[in-house]
Design a protein around this ligand. Structure first.
Ligand SMILES: [Zn+2]
Length: 134
């Protein structure tokens, strides 16, 4: 029976949920920011897969936790969590911030090995509040 993968999956989900709840909301951490949008693009190291870019919006009442799954279904244990990079960048300034990350998950890439190594290129745009809270 496939009980083990489920249990592992469950534990990972709980861990993620706990770290998610541990971070303050966007509004608490960055009082000047109304919302931020993060654009995500993915570069396949083998140039075989074409993964669609997408955008995520975080309103200031949401947790400042930026965790994205690896878009490749076969990838296990992967994903991207640039939370600390983004938090650091937004703490300094609300200018557009760009960064890259490599997926540390596992998937079969034939001759190229078993590590995913999908590259994420992200761009963070912060929208500042127009007025003070009324
Ligand atoms: Zn991956």
């Amino acid at each position: 029976m496939a009980m083990k993968p489920f249990a592992v999956d469950q534990r990972q989900r709980e861990l993620r949920q706990r770290s998610y709840l541990a971070v303050p909301t966007l509004g608490k951490q960055f009082p000047k920011v109304e919302e931020i949008s993060i654009e995500l693009r993915f570069i396949d190291p083998d140039k075989k897969l074409h993964l669609s870019p997408y955008k995520r919006i975080f309103a200031n009442g949401m947790q400042a936790f930026f965790d994205f799954q690896c878009p490749i279904k076969e990838c296990t244990g992967g994903g991207f969590n640039p939370t600390s990079e983004i938090t650091k960048a937004l703490g300094k300034s609300t200018a557009v911030h760009k960064g890259t990350m490599i997926c540390g998950g596992k998937r079969d890439r034939g001759d190229a090995g078993k590590s995913c190594e999908l590259e994420l290129q992200y761009q963070v745009v912060a929208v500042e509040k127009q007025h003070a809270d009324s």
